[in-house]
Design a protein around this ligand. Structure first.
Ligand code: GAL
Length: 420
């Protein structure tokens, strides 16, 4: 039995295997089941760094990696839902700050972590507006481990040069012109991955067309998704999609097309930085500014389209104490400074060691402290899970039909049905 559990724990391969009990291993160690979707290249490196600290600090516990493969967690979240419904939660799970987490709180899935915040004085170290996103009625329900940026345009400088594109396009119009130039050279203008990466692209195009204030207003009750401004944004989105390459299996192979010089552009969150930059065991070991470069996605300079991964304590966790030990590491300066440079994110804590955040991450830290904020759609900030499912369905249909009018109507219907 011990070896079976041991094998499963090393898997983390998306099989959705989970521990049955907080089983004691030979040495009397109890396992802590940590549920995430960080299995793939680039994604897993940060988790491993935090796991190492957790096991050093907690010799009585072993880390059970219950990660389920699939970028953006679409498969993981579906499995999690069934586990929560069956009252067999993991000991802790990854959830996005914002509307997604509010959904778990309102469903009564999570324990209040305010006592942990008081014990560790966490209110002093996390930004106030972030704590609001993980609170209901003054109670705080998760530990944010990072801040990611969604609106990043990754590009291959040599491919741009070859196509006669002077630099990163700053507006949607410049972007379309650049895509056309790359197409004329026979390279893939814009790489894309599985369907969720297209919704990811859509949020950047909405923000780049509408600006931060009008974008943020889309998520308020009664917002007008049928406005001419949204029509313009969706027409631009349709135009940009004409330049997309063949859909890749997930975000990594799409990002890799840029790093390998097969494609010019990819709009993806800054987890792509970890993947490009980390050494070959987990990443691609590419050279920044030569093999890949970055800029805010067209039209979005000055706005941080943000999201935050956070860990929770589900009600009914089998190993509550072990989960709390994990949350303490996730909340700590040491844990965040080990995790984030590998993950391609900046720490949620305000007191991190800034010298560790160089290259792309130095830009991210600077922009996070000075930019306007807008919440990601695909990654749980702006819309709850039913709303996101409706948006994903509309985008999925659009990929086949290319019907802008139908897309706009479906997005408007999704907002009417789900905005609270
Ligand atoms: C996001 C998540 C990131 C990253 C990305 C790609 O939803 O917040 O940490 O994992 O998906 O899988």
């Amino acid at each position: 039995m011990v070896s079976v559990l041991g094998l499963a724990a090393c898997g983390g391969d998306g099989g959705g295997q989970t521990a049955q009990t907080p089983a004691a291993e030979g040495g009397g160690k109890q396992q802590v089941e940590v549920f995430s979707w960080w299995t793939g290249p680039g994604e897993a490196d940060g988790l491993q760094a935090m796991k190492k600290i957790f096991e050093e600090k907690n010799p009585n516990y072993t880390f059970f990696d219950a990660a389920v493969a699939g970028g953006s967690g679409d498969k993981a979240k579906a499995l999690l839902q069934s586990k929560l419904q069956a009252s067999t939660p993991p000991d802790t799970f990854q959830g996005h700050a914002g509307a997604e987490l509010q959904g778990y709180i309102k469903a009564g899935n999570l324990e209040d972590l305010t006592p942990l915040y008081d014990e560790l004085k966490l209110k002093d170290v996390f930004p106030e507006q972030l704590v609001e996103q993980i609170s209901v009625d003054g109670k705080i329900y998760s530990v944010p481990v990072n801040i990611h940026r969604s609106n990043v345009l990754w590009f291959n400088p040599a491919v741009l040069k070859e196509a006669g594109v002077a630099g990163a396009p700053k507006t949607i119009e410049e972007f379309v012109a650049a895509l056309e130039k790359v197409k004329a050279k026979g390279k893939i203008p814009l790489s894309i991955g599985s369907e969720w990466t297209v919704t990811h692209l859509l949020e950047s195009v909405l923000l780049g067309t509408l600006g931060a204030d009008a974008y943020n207003a889309l998520f308020k009750p009664g917002a007008d998704w049928n406005s001419p401004q949204v029509t313009t944004a969706l027409q631009s989105f349709a135009k940009i999609m004409e330049y997309a390459g063949d859909p890749q299996d997930d975000w990594q192979p799409a990002a890799k097309q840029v790093a390998d010089g097969e494609a010019a552009f990819n709009i993806m969150g800054d987890w792509a930085y970890g993947y490009f930059h980390n050494p070959p065991e987990g990443g691609l070991g590419k050279t920044s500014k030569t093999d890949f470069d970055w800029a805010p996605s067209p039209g979005t300079e000055g706005t941080y389209l943000w999201l935050s991964d956070s860990f929770t304590l589900p009600k009914g966790a089998k190993n509550r104490e072990g989960a709390t030990a994990w949350l303490k590491v996730a909340a700590s300066k040491e844990g965040q400074d080990a995790f984030n440079p590998k993950k391609g994110s900046i720490p949620a804590r305000k007191d991190a060691d800034q010298s560790l955040y160089t290259d792309y991450l130095a830009d991210a830290l600077k922009d996070w402290s000075s930019n306007k904020l807008a919440g990601s759609i695909q990654h749980g900030v702006a819309v709850n899970q039913p709303w996101l499912a409706a948006i994903n369905e509309a985008v999925g249909l659009f990929i086949g039909t290319k019907d802008v009018k139908a897309l706009q109507q479906a997005l408007a219907d999704a907002a009417t049905a789900n905005a609270q």
